[in-house]
Design a protein. Structure first.
Length: 388
């Protein structure tokens, strides 16, 4: 591979909070974790690359013979490790995409979003457990989302032109990202709240009403917001049967004010209609993936650096405000991986629990993530907290 340019996911490059978290619990014992992890890395092309920023500012995944992703044993509390590690920049330029930590029967996986999306990490975990079980793995090449439409339309072109106007191109470096990490994480940490449920009866009720659980979940969070909320949803953009690693997702957004005169179910019906109308339109479903490459690359980087507090260019600040990277961030950002299609039974051990948490990205503040395994649904809410 000569190098795949980072285009649709360019916004992930200079975001200082781009770590996907998964935590699993195993019954039984894994005795060859390091070897199995290495095999899983070798089987996924993206994990055998490094990110290279060219002099003209373009960024590429380039082949890398010495991947830096790792797994290690620890006696420390795994959530404390997560809070420590989120402040330490992933060395993407050296091929570091995943950090994993084992404490007895639990394993914490931290993955930079440029290594893949939530489903990607679940498939990597399946590869890791399959290799630990002594089985062979299938090599999975990386690729971009296959877009059914290739235009952001007149509105997208006009908005991109407006944001690009007056911007002087420049090339940011890894040193700029190091400074952004130092500035942003001074006096901050993140907190993950977790809820575990058996949703059998709820899902049956929603099935009868022809409503998706994501809409019902969103309604539950909006019922205490006395405002018109700005909601973003991550949407799977994989082709059927695609189990490769990569950022193979798109996103939609909408505004909704919870109607206090109606119950949660009726509000969920209204939210479901909003979501469904967006997903039925390829233009709306893939708008963000077509729109982002229309912005100047370094402007996208600058918007993230404005959020981190290390860029003060007035054009970048104006663009950051317009894109919702400053005070007017999304009220709620939701990712529902639904029922995970990964194995749970292996030779000598079993995967009994998995929780998933998305990153508190620059344009969000309440990050809600959800997945189901073994008929148990785990929902997390990820937020920033200031510390003294």
């Amino acid at each position: 591979m000569s190098g795949l340019e980072i285009r649709t996911e360019r916004a992930d490059l200079y975001d200082v909070n781009m770590i996907i978290v998964m935590r699993i619990r195993i019954e039984g014992s894994i005795n060859n974790a390091e070897e199995a992890f290495s095999k899983a890395v070798s089987s996924n092309e993206v994990l055998n690359t490094k990110v290279v920023i060219e002099e003209d500012g373009r960024a590429f995944y380039k082949p890398n013979k010495t991947p830096r992703s790792f797994i290690t044993h620890t006696d420390e509390d795994l959530d404390r490790i997560r809070q420590q590690q989120e402040k330490i920049r992933f060395r993407l330029e050296e091929g570091e995409f995943i950090r994993a930590y084992i404490n007895n029967g639990e394993i914490l996986f931290l993955m930079h979003h440029l290594g893949g999306d939530g489903k990607s990490l679940s498939y990597f975990i399946e590869d890791f457990l399959t290799a630990a079980s002594g089985e062979e793995l299938t090599y999975k090449p990386m690729h971009e989302v296959e877009l059914p439409v290739t235009s952001a339309g007149i509105i997208g072109k006009f908005f991109a032109s407006l944001l690009n106007r007056g911007w002087t191109d420049r090339t940011y470096t890894w040193n700029d990202l190091d400074k952004a990490y130092g500035q942003y994480w001074a006096g901050k940490t993140t907190v993950i709240e977790e809820k575990e449920e058996h949703l059998g009866s709820t899902l049956s009720m929603l099935h009868d009403e022809k409503i998706g659980y994501t809409a019902y979940l969103i309604a539950g969070y909006l019922q205490d917001m006395d405002k018109t909320a700005d909601v973003g949803i991550a949407v799977d953009a994989r082709r059927k049967g695609d189990r490769s690693m990569g950022n193979l997702a798109t996103g939609i957004s909408f505004k909704y004010r919870y109607d206090k005169r109606k119950d949660r179910l009726d509000n969920a019906k209204a939210i479901h209609k909003l979501i469904h109308s967006k997903l039925l339109s390829p233009y709306k479903k893939y708008f963000i993936l077509n729109f982002m490459p229309m912005l100047r690359r370094s402007l996208i980087d600058a918007i993230n650096l404005v959020h981190a507090g290390t860029e003060s260019d007035p054009v970048a600040i104006k663009a950051a405000k317009a894109m919702g990277y400053l005070d007017d961030t999304k009220d709620l950002s939701v990712t529902n991986l639904t029922s995970l299609d990964i194995r749970t039974d292996y030779n000598g051990f079993r995967l009994v629990r998995l929780s998933f948490t998305g990153p508190v990205v620059s344009y969000g503040k309440n990050i809600v993530s959800c997945c189901t395994l073994n008929n148990v649904t785990v929902t997390t809410r990820h937020t920033i907290r200031r510390i003294s």
